[in-house]
Design a protein around this ligand. Structure first.
Ligand SMILES: C[S@@+](CC[C@H](N)C(=O)[O-])C[C@H]1O[C@@H](n2cnc3c(N)ncnc32)[C@H](O)[C@@H]1O
Length: 224
């Protein structure tokens, strides 16, 4: 999918394949060192809210099939499975999936698997009713956000729903670069405009997920 001029303005070209921050090595190292400060030890406090919005505004159905990219220890996937959804949660790092399995392997409705979200296996093409993203898109630099959204579009059925809890603003120490990275509402809308209709956005600064996240960006969009 080619970039529009709006996208080129917000998301300059990357040497994506030269060094991807979302590469396995970078994240494997974080997991190896147990450097996982994003982990909330349970589902995200706004998960229920975005799911309710997806039901109300996007007709998310009972038992819908969810993809969760960059699932980490898969607390959100586990909650969705407990709520009756069919969930495939994946992470590029084997250790992340091993840790998720140590807690949730036996949970009905939850499949935990290793995989690079930037490679879409054939069986995942247009196979999902919904995608829930928390901190996978914003784990990637801006130069990879368009590719991430395109991967989501590939996996969703027509009318499928994209749910994200993204970071519009962060409190990073001076001079510190991400991850995590930000995405503004305008940037997200620009990326979604190719394949999605935005149903809902909201900015929240209620500190629900710790001091690093200054302003969270909630969004629900429907694949057109
Ligand atoms: C910031 S963490 C968020 C984890 C989880 N969503 C959470 O909220 O606890 C980002 C996760 O994405 C995974 N990841 C990074 N690049 C990936 C890729 N290309 N495909 C799948 N997972 C990836 C990392 O290993 C890491 O576990």
């Amino acid at each position: 999918m080619r970039k529009t001029s709006e996208e080129k303005k917000h998301f300059p070209s990357s040497k994506r394949n030269a060094q991807r921050i979302s590469s396995k090595d970078f994240w494997a190292d974080r997991w190896q060192n147990q450097n996982t400060p994003w982990d909330l030890a349970g589902p995200h406090p706004h998960l229920q809210m975005v799911v309710d919005l997806a039901k109300k505004l996007g007709g998310l159905s009972k038992g819908a099939k969810f993809s969760i990219p960059g699932c980490g220890r898969a607390h959100d996937g586990a909650q969705l499975a407990k709520d009756g959804y069919l969930v495939i949660a994946e992470d590029v790092v084997e250790r992340a999936i091993a840790e998720a399995k140590s807690q949730y392997q036996k949970l009905p409705g939850l499949t935990l698997r290793t995989g690079d979200f930037f490679n879409c296996p054939k069986e995942d093409l247009e196979a999902f009713d919904a995608i829930f993203d928390r901190a996978m898109m914003c784990a990637c630099p801006k130069t990879e956000h368009a590719a991430f959204v395109d991967q989501c579009a590939k996996r969703l059925k027509k009318g499928g729903l994209f749910l994200t809890l993204a970071f519009q603003e962060l409190n990073l120490d001076a001079g510190k670069e991400g991850p995590p990275y930000t995405i503004s509402e305008e940037e997200l809308r620009t990326l979604l405009s190719r394949n999605f209709e935005v149903l809902y956005t909201e900015l929240r600064n209620d500190g629900a997920t710790g001091v690093v996240v200054k302003m969270e960006l909630l969004c629900v969009a429907r694949k057109t």
